[in-house]
Design a protein around this ligand. Structure first.
Ligand code: FES
Ligand code: FES
Length: 156
């Protein structure tokens, strides 16, 4: 056991846990930040995607001892304010993307990071970038349309 200071959504949080506890467990079980979901637990589905220094990262396979001073952003931290959604979230609403919703915070986190690096993507690039995030409800078409829409919102 040890104490770890983590920067999560712009706030310093201290947790007491084993060095190999994955970030996903820290978020959900230690801190009650539950927007990030547990799907496979083996870095295959993307449901647990957060940003580590802005890069999409699978939190189910990230032990706390590897985080150091990196900044962590979860789905709870992407909106610019309490009353305003992130443009990717707006696009998700406009296209009514979620079905059961389980995979969607991971999908959105992947999309937000992708659009930062590639603000005007072609449809093939969107589909390639999003293909590592699984959706058992098959919302892939709506996801791709929403990413395109978000790109328009972010670059207009
Ligand atoms: S729960 Fe982490 S990738 Fe599936
Ligand atoms: S919306 Fe159900 S798993 Fe994706």
């Amino acid at each position: 056991m040890g104490k770890y200071n983590l920067n999560i959504n712009g706030k310093q949080q201290t947790v007491d846990c084993d060095a190999d506890m994955p970030l996903l467990w820290i978020l959900r079980e230690k801190l009650g930040i539950t927007g990030t979901k547990f799907g496979c637990g083996i870095a295959m589905c993307g449901a647990c995607t957060v940003h580590l220094n802005g890069q999409p990262t699978r939190s189910c396979q990230l032990p706390v001892f590897q985080i150091g001073k990196s900044t962590i952003t979860t789905i709870e931290g992407i909106a610019p304010s309490e009353n305003k959604l992130h443009p990717v979230q707006e696009a998700w609403q406009a296209h009514q993307v979620p079905q059961c919703g389980y995979c969607q915070s991971g999908q959105i986190m992947t999309a937000v990071a992708f659009l930062k690096n590639n603000p005007k993507p072609k449809m093939e690039e969107i589909s390639a970038a999003m293909s590592g995030n699984l959706c058992r409800c098959g919302t892939y078409d709506r996801i791709n349309q929403a990413v395109k829409h978000a790109s328009d919102l972010l670059t207009k």
